[in-house]
Design a protein. Structure first.
Length: 174
């Protein structure tokens, strides 16, 4: 919506966007987006996680605390362009998120994350509530094509993706 790379703070004052300065030419060479081809029902995953949290599930609450801490570290790692650290944080985040509800991951998602790691993926994150849909990969510089080939070989589709430097522009019609 705004363009570039941002951190979002959710607090009592509302939603606050903070731009993170990132070399987009470099960053765009480090990202791959895969579509699993598997339909997903985000409402089910979101409800399962929300219900577990409301019901006081200690594992889910602990996972949320870890995910929040990881997000704070992620902001600093991205701002420092410390891509190995960002990859490690993505892996930590996924290890917490994937256990929040049984439908968040799928055999294909697990396979993609494991096989792309050997090809140069530093870390991955499911988009949205998981359970199918898209998976975002951060890759070593120069590994984009190799990681993309592994994704295609394993049965998913690589989608074109770049971070837009400019946000949405609304033009008034004459």
């Amino acid at each position: 919506m705004y363009g570039g790379v941002s951190a979002i703070d959710l607090g009592p004052a509302g939603v606050i966007r903070k731009q993170i300065p990132v070399d987009l030419d470099d960053f765009n060479q480090r990202i791959v987006l895969a579509y699993t081809g598997e339909p997903r029902n985000s409402g089910i995953n979101n409800w399962e996680v929300t219900k577990a949290h409301i019901d006081g599930d200690k594992k889910v609450r602990r996972n949320f605390e870890h995910i929040a801490a990881i997000a704070n570290h992620m902001r600093d790692a991205v701002a420092a362009a410390d891509w190995p650290e960002v990859g490690g944080l993505l892996r930590q985040e996924w290890s917490n998120r994937r256990t929040n509800a049984p439908g968040i991951t799928t055999p294909l998602i697990d396979k993609l994350i494991a096989s792309t790691r050997k090809a140069g993926s530093l870390g991955a994150k499911v988009c949205g509530a998981g359970g199918g849909g898209c998976v975002f990969f951060l890759v070593e510089r120069g590994a984009k094509e190799k990681v993309s080939a592994v994704i295609e070989r394993d049965g998913a589709t690589v989608l074109p993706v770049v971070v837009s430097p400019h946000g949405v522009t609304v033009k008034k019609l004459k």
